[in-house]
Ligand binder design. Structure first.
Ligand code: GLU
Length: 509
């Protein structure tokens, strides 16, 4: 791989929100650029005005920002090769389309859409369902290859609508080496005469993409597998212009967790996980949920995403962005589609929340809620709860007993665990606690053990009822840590309150 100056681009079309597959493409481009001390560019490909969606561009840029994938050049950032939005480069494309006509690589086509529809349906009747405008059919159509020059000039002068089409060569082999897939060989007889330019002055994706990749000195085109069928045309366009080809790398698809299909925007809400980085609300008010709003950390999201289609070849699973930059190579990107696994995604998030600094976590929670818990207490609550949490707000929800006395009790657990002598044991244990002066976890634990020994009681028979009385629930962080955090007075009060509750519910039963 020639790596003189690496310049890569992520080139989304603002046709809707950015799917997580798109974020992965941006991420791999970013990692590749940083690994090779190169430049990562964002270019907005908005030449197809019919598919333009309001807000999509801002959404894309905001999503990448949230993920920490920051471009070196792009809209709002600038750079030597701007503008980075294709509609703002509109005037630069016509000359290239005309150059292709001059060199006999393209031609004007005047066929109306009705004429083309007629051709298509006639072909269908004759048993050819996939009619194409190509090297054979073009000779029976209205274009600058079949019409006399005077007629072509007249039509152009009159302002008749036209398109400029690629004059696909006949029976040639197009070959290029993809960095992920190896050699790709396609015969041009299988390719059609794609539209490159329209008389409204707009290039199509294919022409604009090649002209801009060349103008922006792109060294490597790293993009989704769905663009692989377009790559032979792109290669031919580079050759037709006499420009050096960039390297190509087509990334594997992201697949549904169930079945083999492509992960689609509908899958997320169908299977209960986000498919988008951040929330997207359509013009009709429909919500597609995002990882950010669900409470995922951007670094956990990125970590999960990097592993969809790439692996480091070691057992390491947790990587910072810097570590990914170090480890990333295209030759470890797989050809096969990568199955998205929502459970693994959650697992990554759990690893990140566990490794988060308590103070940072506490700050995050206090910034996103109007919780009255002090910052200091919140830190301890985070330290106690983060092992069991997936999202920051779980800590407040599942650990509510750390800042308020339980409002309800796990009744099922009570009826299962409460034996005839349990209340008496709890009263005795409360008596022991009453006499403890230093209410730290170690002292509590050793007193607890002494209590069990002297009464010949089993651990579970005492600890679980104690937990239910103090927290209302049957599981959580260590009871001695919880008790020490709550303090003696609170623990004693809760045991008393809990026992009253048990007595009442047993009486009612
Ligand atoms: N605009 C294309 C897209 O939306 C870019 C394809 C490419 O990277 O060449 O994905």
């Amino acid at each position: 791989m020639s790596l003189n100056e690496v310049r890569v681009r992520f080139a989304p079309s603002p046709t809707g929100p950015l799917h997580m597959g798109g974020v992965r493409t941006a991420l791999y481009n970013y990692l590749f650029a940083k690994k090779h001390k190169g430049t990562f560019i964002i270019r907005i490909e908005d030449t197809d005005q019919t598919r333009f969606v309001q807000g999509a561009q801002d959404y894309i840029l905001e999503s990448l920002k949230w993920c920490g994938i920051s471009p070196d050049e792009g809209p709002g950032i600038g750079g030597k090769y701007g503008p980075y939005i294709q509609s703002e480069r509109k005037s630069s494309y016509r000359i290239f389309a005309e150059k292709l006509i001059e060199n006999d690589h393209a031609y004007y086509a005047f066929d109306t859409s009705e004429e083309l529809d007629r051709m298509r349906s006639e072909a269908k009747k004759m048993g050819m369902p996939n009619w194409q405008y190509n090297g054979v059919s073009r000779m029976n159509l209205r274009n600058s290859l079949t019409l006399p020059k005077s007629e072509v000039d007249r039509l152009l002068e009159e302002g008749a609508p036209y398109v400029i089409r690629m004059k696909m060569p006949r029976n040639e082999e197009v070959r290029f080496e993809d960095n992920i897939r190896g050699w790709v060989v396609v015969n041009t007889n299988n390719l059609d005469d794609k539209v490159l330019f329209k008389s409204d002055g707009m290039p199509t994706y294919h022409l604009a993409n090649i002209v801009d990749d060349h103008a922006m000195k792109i060294s490597h085109v790293i993009r989704g597998e769905e663009w692989l069928p377009s790559a032979p045309l792109h290669v031919l366009l580079y050759d037709a212009f006499g420009w050096p080809r960039p390297e190509f790398a087509h990334l594997p698809l992201l697949l549904k967790p169930d079945g083999n299909g492509k992960l689609s925007k509908r899958d997320g809400d169908r299977l209960g996980f986000p498919v988008f980085p951040i929330d997207w609300i359509t013009a009709e008010g429909e919500l597609y949920s995002g990882y950010r709003e669900k409470g995922y950390f951007p670094d956990a999201f990125i970590n999960m995403l990097a592993f969809l289609g790439w692996n480091p070849g070691t057992a390491q699973e947790i990587f910072s962005l810097e570590e990914f930059v170090e480890a990333f190579t295209l030759d470890r990107v797989s050809k096969a589609g990568a199955k998205f696994d929502p459970e693994k995604t959650k697992w990554f998030q759990q690893q990140y929340i566990r490794n988060k600094d308590d103070a940072a976590l506490a700050k995050l929670i206090s910034n996103s809620t109007d919780s009255k818990v002090s910052e200091e207490n919140l830190q301890t609550i985070c330290a106690l709860m983060k092992e069991r949490a997936t999202f920051p707000l779980d800590i407040l929800k599942d650990g509510s007993y750390l800042f308020e006395s339980p409002k309800s009790y796990d009744e099922k657990m009570i009826s299962k665990k409460w034996k005839s002598n349990t209340t008496e044991i709890m009263e005795d244990w409360r008596g022991v606690l009453l006499d403890i002066n230093s209410f730290d976890a170690d002292t509590l634990e050793s007193s607890f053990k002494d209590f069990l020994n002297s009464n010949e009681l089993g651990f579970g028979a005492v600890l679980l009822p104690f937990r239910i009385l103090v927290t209302g629930v049957g599981s959580g962080p260590g009871m001695f840590d919880i008790s020490s955090f709550l303090g003696k007075e609170e623990v004693l009060a809760r045991i008393e309150k809990g026992l009253q509750h048990v007595a009442k519910s047993q009486h009612e039963a």
